[in-house]
Design a binder for this molecule. Structure first.
Ligand code: ADE
Ligand code: ZN
Length: 348
């Protein structure tokens, strides 16, 4: 047993930063920093609607999910070649290594690129090479999760899956993202059933802006293994009981939630209530280039803003990140042993 009470609160930020951790909810296109957007625009001869890096960054004032997505898809328009996808992912991995991330599961949105005439193989090969190099040079275990855009039709998702199948060995699962309101999980029942039959791991965004009923249908209809966000689950006490009983992981993204006006500020975030209810929540950065911080910033700022969260909860969310990751059990246990050592050392 780790004596959490022996860890001084003022040591918590350093412990959160240095502890090993997994990131399970990062849209790789959301890690594209304005500087890299401009560099790639120049390299590829793409015209941007903003005159400078500063002007682009100044436009990052969002009122809801859709207002963010409009700018996020525009930013991704500079990605054309395999090396662009590699460079974007490599920049993320360098930051991930600095945050002591040892496991990363990267979302990517192929439809954002294929709609612009980019071959899906270009997207997947570029990202896959960066994952391979992250493992070799940075010691980060990394895999890809292909996301379907829920504002598009299920037919489009089915065609995307078909186009991705020649690269089946390069992604471990599928997810569902983009505009949640009015696009319930049920809309994608057939494509998720197909993915399940193919042995792909399944996740979906639900209960970010959409109602708790979308969390329930993501579990019951799509049969997902993790819920991305899920913060609105707390509005349905029966659902909360179920999520706790079944230990369904929630990939919570606090800085994203504040930027997209799901919560007014970090001190209003419901992470303490989620953990108190026994839910398997962990923290993630979602789209760090747009929301003002990578994983360590999410951890440190959230724990700073919420005094009811201490070393015990810090350990719990980091442990949850490993338990919810899509790797063999022995691998999880080895990382959890490292985490235990970090906390035991901090306790003195
Ligand atoms: N795509 C990128 N970030 C997203 C988010 N937070 N919610 C839904 N779709 C997204
Ligand atoms: Zn997301």
């Amino acid at each position: 047993m780790i004596p959490f009470d022996a860890i001084p609160r003022d040591q918590l930020p350093a412990l959160l930063r240095t502890a090993p951790k997994a990131e399970l909810h990062i849209h790789i296109e959301g890690s594209l920093e304005p500087e890299l957007i401009f560099k790639l625009a120049q390299r590829n001869g793409v015209k941007l609607d903003y005159p400078s890096v500063e002007a682009l960054r100044a436009a990052y004032a969002f009122t809801d999910l859709q207002s963010f997505l409009d700018i996020y898809y525009a930013g991704a328009s500079v990605l054309l070649k395999e090396e662009d996808f590699f460079d974007m992912a490599w920049a993320y991995f360098e930051r991930a290594a600095a945050d002591n991330i040892v496991r990363a599961e990267l979302f990517f949105d192929p439809q954002t690129h294929t709609a612009r005439g980019v071959d899906i193989g270009v997207v997947i090969r570029g990202l896959h090479h960066a994952c391979q190099r992250a493992h070799q040079e940075l010691g980060i275990s990394a895999d890809l999760i292909l996301c379907f855009l829920r504002h598009l039709s299920e037919e489009d998702a089915l065609a995307t899956l078909e186009a991705a199948l020649p690269y089946r060995q390069y992604f471990i699962g599928v997810g569902l993202d983009s505009s949640e309101r009015d696009h319930p999980p049920e809309k994608f029942a057939r494509v998720f059933a197909k993915c399940r039959a193919l042995g792909l791991r399944l996740v979906a965004h639900a209960g970010e802006e959409g109602p708790p009923a979308y969390v329930t249908s993501a579990l019951d209809v799509l049969k997902v293994e993790r819920i991305d966000h899920g913060v609105r689950s707390l509005e349905d006490p029966e659902l909360v009981k179920r999520l706790a009983k079944e230990r369904v992981p929630l990939t919570v993204c606090p800085l994203s939630n504040v930027k997209l006006c799901v919560f007014k500020d970090l001190s209003q975030h419901n992470l303490p209530a989620l953990l108190d209810a026994g839910l398997a929540a962990m923290l993630n950065s979602d789209d760090p280039a747009y929301f003002g911080g990578y994983l360590n910033e999410n951890l440190v700022q959230t724990f700073e803003a919420l005094p009811q969260l201490g070393p015990r909860q810090a350990y719990q969310v980091l442990r949850n990140s490993f338990e919810a990751s899509f790797v063999p059990d022995e691998r999880k246990q080895a990382w959890i042993a490292q985490l235990d050592r970090a906390f035991a050392e901090a306790a003195g």
